[in-house]
Write a protein that binds this ligand. Structure first.
Ligand code: DGY
Length: 327
């Protein structure tokens, strides 16, 4: 008999078909957002789950899932999974790194450019029928070329963003848990390692691409926004909660920084309503990795992890290798 799995959110039909060759699949193509109790009920007797950041797997949930062997997240971020609790129960956990690096870096640039050059703000104004003449000072923005780009979180996506800055003749500074090798720095447009404070004081454009954890919560709050240049832009591609959104709204209202571009929010999708009243912010609904080929690659990567885990092979993106030895 094939093992049973749950695909917890809607996904490409061909991926469901592929999984069905290996498993008894319960899918959720109506994309119902399960409560924790509903998720637990659906997972009784199931050996695996394909999950996204909207499903939490903490110690309490895992304790009620005795048959579960793998949580395969369709995301590079895995702050919805308590990996230590998985390990304690012998449950494998996996994510989908690498396949989304370049697409997410492209989007980081789209958001950075839209924010610095006031693209959405000016489009809203045009659509509202306000354009009657050309003026020298309409929608003056900040230049990208020749400016200093500060990247907080210099993993694979951060490095891909830095590489793209070569074409804009930018200086790159970065802050990260650990310094890159000389070779990696050279490849990332000769990025220079600095403290977080120096980065915030010096950068014209700050991009956040660090993973969320209890330590990275509110990496940017009121004190950090105070350090930034008045003309600076801030882009958050990482996770809601890395920025203190209330402090950011206060700073944007007071023009302490020029503008922000946000793909992620605290409590998304129910983000802070005051963002909607601000002109100096570009808002997108957590779509940085959303190109068709990349989302398909992410879904297939999560499927690869499930298929390997439930056929006694090591999942290619196993986050807790200790559990594989326990199988
Ligand atoms: C990721 O891969 O972590 C993206 O944010 C999608 O959740």
């Amino acid at each position: 008999m094939k093992p049973g799995i749950l695909v917890a959110r809607a996904v490409f039909p061909e991926v469901i078909e592929r999984l069905s060759q290996h498993f008894e699949v319960e899918s959720n193509q109506d994309d119902v957002l399960f409560t924790p109790d509903q998720l637990i009920a659906k997972l009784q007797g199931k050996a695996g789950v394909m999950s996204t950041s909207s499903s939490r797997f903490d110690a309490d949930v895992l304790a009620r899932l005795p048959d579960l062997k793998i949580v395969a997240n369709m995301a590079v971020g895995y702050d919805n999974i308590d990996v230590a609790a998985c390990t304690a129960r012998g449950v494998m956990a996996s994510n989908t790194p690498d396949v989304l690096n370049e697409t997410t870096a492209d989007f980081g640039w789209a958001l950075l450019m839209a924010t610095a050059r006031r693209i959405t703000e000016s489009e809203h104004w045009l659509r509202a029928g306000k354009w009657e003449k050309w003026r020298y000072d309409y929608f003056l923005g900040a230049d990208l070329h020749g400016s200093t780009l500060g990247i907080i979180g210099m993993g694979r996506i951060g490095q891909a963003i830095a590489r793209r800055s070569m074409g804009f003749d930018m200086r790159v500074i970065y802050h990260n848990r650990s310094r890159l090798s000389e070779q990696q720095e050279a490849h990332a447009n000769h990025a220079v390692y600095v403290s977080k404070e120096e980065l915030l004081r010096t950068a014209d454009h700050v991009v956040l691409v660090l993973p969320y954890s209890s330590e990275s919560r509110h990496t940017i709050a009121a004190a950090e926004l105070e350090l930034m240049k008045p003309g600076a832009t801030l882009v958050n591609l990482a996770r809601g909660g890395i920025v203190d959104d209330t402090a950011l709204i206060t700073a944007l209202k007071a023009k302490k920084i020029a503008a922000a571009g946000l793909d992620v929010f605290e409590n998304e999708p129910k983000f802070h309503p005051d963002f909607l009243g601000l002109e100096n912010v570009v808002l997108t609904p957590h779509i940085a990795s959303a190109s068709a080929p990349t989302r398909k690659a992410m879904a297939n990567c999560a499927a690869d992890n499930l298929i390997a885990a439930l056929s006694q092979q090591r999942p290619p993106n196993l986050l807790n290798p200790e559990t594989f030895r326990q199988v």
